[in-house]
Design a protein around this ligand. Structure first.
Ligand SMILES: *Cc1c(COP(=O)(O)O)cnc(C)c1O
Length: 428
């Protein structure tokens, strides 16, 4: 049998996996049209048509409104900006708490801090890795104003239950859809179920403009507030006759025409790109599904998965190799994979030290916040178990990666497992 690469043997895979994204003549045409027009950003922070951005921004927003069958879409320059705009638009501020999952990209929680509110972490479901409704209920206090739901890895959170909880406690629901554009929850597109939904076009996302994103909502008041927050609201609300001043400090979250142009071409490819992801992921599941100790992702009833990340559950006892050793051996074979996803957010120093703005502990010890939030290790045991023990992940199920590339992944997994005893006796 072939010697493991981690012990000096030959790698299964010597070539790198093709990089993402692939931009085609459609994107080039769109961008060159913008360059020829000379209008790189159509935004002005003053009343009038230019308050809403240039023609490409409006065209991209129209595509979103049509696809999601939703009243308002606002292009923004990152999903982080969009999440912050959404939190601020909901009127959230000092003294408030927002419930969020710790198993997500850091911005889902920092968007809450950006409004001077306090993120409260609830635990995840071990089957689907999204917020657990039971844990949300336990985290609710008098200060809770919203639930920030992340449809992690490409599949919807348990929205019916989450919406029921929100209704009962009069909370906003903000959907972070950065990883799940086009995913459905019981027939509805994610992003259209809560009060407001946010999408990302970051370089690594399914469709990309380098940096960028879109916020969607059916709520006119939230849409208007997001538009002010996007575009220097403080100088525009008065001339535009808007009399709510709270949280109307406007940032510069405006998208350029170049990004919007790329977004238009990319958005038209969303269906195809997603289909490719699903096909590659299903191939992997078919080949790895029978291996003892590896559990392929479960799909929530009535939902579809768009596989932004493929997360496989690993049973160390059944496989007989510690997870971290397994992952290291797989990486040595030339396969990009990782231990879990990202560290549970509350374990980051900002939360551990409860230091965000300046050195005085705001907003955690702000005079308007007399709650007592915990970020202790052990706070979300399922999240910690998934991250530190049970999951390994791939983000290579995407165009232009092929089934042949997937074959190398399968070969490498099988090779590592077949060499279990050598691996263990070498104390890797
Ligand atoms: C990527 C990502 C973000 C941030 O998106 P940006 O556009 O890079 O700001 C937020 N939430 C989740 C879940 C993400 O994956």
């Amino acid at each position: 049998m072939n010697k493991l690469a981690i012990l000096g043997g030959e790698k299964i895979r010597n070539r790198p996996f093709s990089s993402h994204p692939v931009l085609g003549k459609e994107e080039i045409k769109e961008v060159s049209d913008v360059l020829k027009s000379g209008l790189l950003s159509g935004f002005l922070a003053s009343p009038g048509a230019s308050f809403y951005g240039g023609p490409k921004v409006l065209e991209l927003e129209k595509l979103f409104k049509d696809y999601f069958k939703i009243k308002f879409a606002m292009a923004i320059n990152s999903a982080t900006a969009g999440l912050h705009a959404a939190v601020a638009a909901c009127g959230i501020g000092p003294g408030d708490e927002v419930i969020v999952t710790p198993y997500t990209m850091s911005a889902s929680a920092s968007a809450i801090l950006m409004s001077n509110a306090v993120p409260v972490f609830a635990d995840i479901e071990e089957d689907y890795f999204c917020l657990d409704p039971k844990s949300i209920e336990k985290a609710i206090t008098k200060k809770t104003k919203a639930i920030l739901v992340v449809h992690l890895f490409g599949m919807a959170a348990d929205m019916n239950k989450i919406m029921q909880i929100a209704k009962k406690h009069d909370l906003y629901v903000i959907e972070d859809c950065a990883q799940s554009p086009g995913a459905h929850y019981k027939g509805r597109l994610v992003g259209t179920i809560g009060d407001i939904g946010i999408f990302s076009f970051n370089q690594n996302k399914t469709i990309t403009t380098g940096e960028g994103g879109v916020v969607i909502t059916n709520n006119e008041k939230l849409a208007k507030r997001c538009q002010f927050i996007r575009n220097h609201g403080e100088v525009v609300i008065d001339p535009m006759g808007f009399d709510e001043v709270d949280n109307m400090l406007g940032w510069n979250y405006r998208m350029t025409e170049l990004e919007a142009a790329i977004g238009i071409a990319q958005f038209k490819k969303l269906g195809k790109l997603t289909k490719h992801r699903v096909e590659l992921a299903n191939y992997l599941f078919e080949k790895l599904g029978g291996i003892e100790g590896l559990a392929m992702p479960k799909i929530r009833k009535g939902c579809d998965h768009v596989y932004f990340v493929v997360a496989i559950r690993y049973n160390e006892n059944a496989v007989g190799i510690p997870r971290n050793t397994f992952v290291k051996a797989l990486q040595a074979e030339g396969i990009p994979t990782g231990n879990g996803y990202v560290r549970p957010i509350y374990l980051e120093p900002l939360y551990q030290k409860k230091t965000c703005y300046g050195k005085m502990g705001c907003p955690f010890t702000c005079a308007y916040y007399n709650g007592r939030v915990s970020y202790d290790k052990g706070l979300c045991p399922v999240t910690e178990r998934m991250h530190f023990k049970e999951l390994f992940t791939f983000n290579i199920c995407r165009y232009p990666i092929t089934f042949n590339d997937m074959k190398d992944v399968v070969k490498a997994v099988k090779k590592v497992i077949a060499n279990k005893s050598v691996l263990l006796s070498n104390n890797v």
